[in-house]
Design a protein around this ligand. Structure first.
Ligand SMILES: Cc1cc2nc3c(=O)[nH]c(=O)nc-3n(C[C@H](O)[C@H](O)[C@H](O)COP(=O)(O)OP(=O)(O)OC[C@H]3O[C@@H](n4cnc5c(N)ncnc54)[C@H](O)[C@@H]3O)c2cc1C
Length: 327
């Protein structure tokens, strides 16, 4: 019996949705293999989050709340995970496929000669006991299945919203504190300050239930003020097409698509976005797609549940007005 580690991605408000999705998947897999599921938490707040993590499947919670965990860039987390894997029965690590954690996982994989597969949207157990990971590639045009070389540690980077987050009746996990001394190498790059970026008060587009997205059809960066106004009325996150981010109208971190973020909200509301395949790769699994576009032939309408053909500058202000009236 082995241990399956789930690296918890969290904010000051607690675990992010992707972490609960990973725990749910890990719990499901552990029921087949008989493994135990252990969550790993870096930074303060582990004890408060423990009941939630237990409810989603963690039987154990390794936590490291020393200032070192976040006081330096990337390497402390690599060293802590290396220590954990060396000293536990762990042979599998699930992590959120964000840029930061991919950096941690790839460095760890090189140190430990592990296999690493990122942007995973499915995990199955093969007959020989190895994990088989599903990935969408070429903008969702193809699906690949890959596995790990025999006997290798298996690191799986999970895409946001790849799995549902389903609570079980699991008890609060056993808390196990990690205590490691960092090497000098790990202290090479120090974090001197952390600032919230503009827009950080809105829901993250990878987590938000509703995402309002704007594209080249907005015409200028001013159009995003309208998107933000609409988003703030309905508690949505704001995303953009690459045409809009490349034009400098909205920051690249909000880009949705093959080379941006993958989102899967309950409602995606796109304005002035044509629905190019590279954009669709990042949003086509949204549960409800609403599109506003003045071109009735725009490809976004092929996947829209509800489409409005018309000028977004006539339609969106009316929508905002209507929402305002209903407040
Ligand atoms: C390697 C590679 C990777 C890429 N990765 C991504 C990615 O991750 N994400 C991404 O989005 N793109 C990506 N792209 C770019 C992608 O191919 C498209 O060029 C891009 O998505 C187009 O953005 P858009 O829909 O905003 O603009 P356009 O395709 O120019 O569409 C603008 C739309 O707005 C409509 N419109 C104009 N004015 C109005 C109005 N007043 N009211 C209503 N509708 C209006 C038009 O009818 C049109 O359909 C990538 C491209 C490459 C080559």
């Amino acid at each position: 019996m082995s241990e399956m580690l789930v690296l918890i991605d969290h904010s000051d408000d607690g675990p992010r949705k992707v972490s609960l999705q990973m725990l749910t998947k890990a719990r499901e897999l552990a029921e087949i293999t008989g493994d135990t599921v252990a969550a790993v938490w870096f930074g303060p707040g582990a004890a408060d989050a423990a009941p939630t993590l237990g409810a989603y499947g963690a039987g154990k919670l390794y936590h490291w709340d020393s200032a070192d965990a976040y006081g330096y860039v990337t390497l402390p987390q690599v060293e802590a995970l290396e220590y954990l894997i060396d000293t536990s029965e762990a042979d599998t690590l699930l992590f959120a496929s964000s840029n930061h954690v991919k950096d941690v996982a790839s460095r760890l994989a090189i140190r430990m000669e592990a296999g690493v597969i990122t942007d995973v949207s499915g995990i199955e157990l093969a007959e020989d006991g190895r994990w088989v990971a599903t990935k969408e590639v070429f903008g969702g045009d193809m699906i690949t299945k890959s596995t790990f070389a025999e006997g290798k540690l298996s690191f799986l980077g999970v895409s946001s919203n790849a799995f549902p987050a389903v609570e079980s009746n699991g008890a609060s996990p056993e808390l196990v504190a990690i205590d490691i001394d960092l090497t000098e190498e790990a202290k090479a790059a120090q974090v001197v300050s952390v600032e919230k970026v503009a827009g950080a008060d809105r829901p993250d587009i990878g987590e938000a239930a509703v995402v309002v997205a704007g594209g080249r059809g907005l015409g200028s960066e001013d159009g995003f003020q309208l998107m933000e106004q609409l988003a703030d009325m309905i508690g949505a996150g704001v995303g953009a097409s690459r045409a809009a981010t490349d034009a400098g109208w909205y920051p690249h971190r909000y880009q949705i698509g093959q080379t941006g973020r993958t989102i899967s909200p309950t409602l995606y509301l796109g304005s002035g976005i044509s629905g190019a395949i590279k954009h669709r790769a990042g949003m086509q699994t949204s549960q409800n797609i609403v599109a506003i576009n003045k071109d009735a032939e725009a490809p976004i309408f092929q996947i829209a549940d509800f489409g409005v053909v018309g000028d977004l500058y006539k339609i969106v202000p009316k929508l905002v007005e209507e929402l305002e009236a209903r407040k």
